[in-house]
Design a protein. Structure first.
Length: 440
């Protein structure tokens, strides 16, 4: 019976660790955002802006590649963030909530509703204006902040709601990535795009030949990133594509690993000389290295990269992105402008209506079912939390608006909308939705 309970306990521990990372990451991201806003609205604003627009580059003989600090963060570092997102998406397709058709239907349908309704609201308000192209801004959900709010509610929300919101946010990320690739690419240089097929083919060959070294994939992926950067398609898309080529299967199974360990440990015990220095027995050391090598082979490259890069993405890249992009002057922002109203209503109202409405239609038509313990009031609360756009919304705003003033106005609206959505979602789940496993 002990073995029967071991797996669920392990999965529970992994999810708690994931939630803890997201909560901690949301806190660091919030601190970085506040710091950027303080700097941008202080006497340091000019120096802050000059630093972000300082040109940095690399030179290889006659070849020069130079970009501003801001672009290095948005185009290069954020490609790593999208690479991690791609790894998470691939994992969800293989073993997560998106791995079965029925399991994937609910979060995918909810995510589609949560993208279409906000976009429609924004377009309705900005129809026929130069800012109409910003319809993609209110479509995104920030998983870190949304799960951070859920963590504050602790046991008041059913576990199924956390899984639902996580899967919804990942499906939402897929939609945002497609929107960026298709609608926010102004000009495509086909020669560079064709060249991108070369590193992509190499990545596929590495996968097929079961190459496990993460460094090999990252090196080739950097060439893919450069080709996309020069092609005109936003370079961060290369991160997602590269992630899907990372092998998700380990060379040896967990049971084979434990068998190997038992044999090696038995041999080490037989060779042990009491009181001898560890350096005195090379054979023992060799056996220990074999156990270490077997441990590495028991973890897939996808798991290894996601484990290693997730903290970098959460605690380094996203805070740097916030420091570089969230610093906007607050004075003079017009929250009643079409851009601001489109974003605020899109995120606060559109997400809630879109997610809740699409979920209701999917369940009532018999396509899928609500997760165990999740009621309709929980769904409405989750729909409100989905209105926390932040990171992806800021990213799309940079692509949608070329005018710096409009960008600043959009970002302030994103901040306001995300705060309202977060508070609304928290209140709905804390004071309105039922505690426990009822359908509400």
């Amino acid at each position: 019976m002990a073995q029967a309970h071991a797996a669920p306990r392990s999965l529970s521990d992994q999810f708690k660790e994931f939630m803890h990372r997201q909560t901690s990451g949301a806190l660091v991201l919030l601190v970085a955002t506040v710091a950027a806003l303080i700097i941008a609205n202080s006497p340091l604003a000019t120096a802050y802006d000059q630093f972000l627009h300082t040109e940095l580059g690399v030179t290889f003989g006659p070849l020069e590649f130079e970009q501003s600090v801001l672009h290095w963060i948005d185009d290069a570092l954020m490609a790593v963030f999208f690479f991690v997102v791609g790894l998470e998406i691939k994992r969800e397709f293989i073993v997560g909530e998106l791995s079965t058709l029925r399991g994937a239907l609910l979060p995918v349908i909810a995510a589609v509703g949560g993208m279409l309704v906000p976009a429609a609201i924004y377009i309705a308000i900005n129809m026929g204006t130069e800012t109409q192209q910003g319809w993609g801004v209110p479509m995104a959900t920030d998983i870190a902040f949304a799960l951070g709010v859920l963590a504050l509610l602790s046991s008041r929300v059913p576990a199924g709601l956390k899984v639902f919101l996580t899967a919804l946010a990942i499906a939402d990320d897929i939609g945002a990535i497609l929107v960026i690739a298709v609608f926010y690419t102004s000009q495509v240089y086909w020669g560079w795009l064709l060249f991108a097929l070369v590193p992509l083919a190499v990545l596929i060959v590495l996968n097929k030949r079961h190459v496990e070294a993460p460094a090999a994939y990252l090196l080739v992926a950097s060439v893919l990133w450069f080709a996309f950067f020069k092609s005109g398609i936003h370079a961060t898309i290369a991160g997602v594509i590269a992630a899907f080529t990372i092998p998700a299967t380990a060379r040896i199974t967990p049971l084979d690993f434990t068998d190997t360990c038992k044999l090696k440990v038995d041999e080490i015990e037989q060779l042990d000389v009491p009181g001898a220095h560890t350096l005195a027995d090379d054979e023992q050391q060799h056996l220990a290295f074999e156990i270490q090598e077997a441990a590495e082979h028991s973890i897939s490259p996808l798991q290894r990269l996601e484990h290693d890069l997730h903290p970098v993405s959460t605690f380094v890249i996203l805070p740097l992105f916030a420091l570089a992009n969230a610093g906007v002057p607050l004075s003079g922002s017009d929250l009643a402008s079409p851009v601001s109203m489109g974003i605020i209503l899109g995120l606060v109202v559109g997400k809630l209506v879109g997610v809740s409405g699409a979920t209701f239609l999917a369940v009532k038509t018999g396509l899928t079912d609500l997760p165990d313990g999740v009621g309709w009031k929980h769904v409405v609360g989750a729909g409100a939390l989905a209105g926390i756009g932040f990171t992806m919304s800021l990213f799309v705003a940079n692509l949608a608006f070329r005018d710096v003033g409009v960008q600043a106005e959009a970002k302030v609206a994103i901040f306001v909308a995300s705060i309202i959505a977060g508070v609304l979602g928290f209140c709905l789940l804390r004071f309105w939705a039922p505690r426990g496993l009822g359908r509400g």
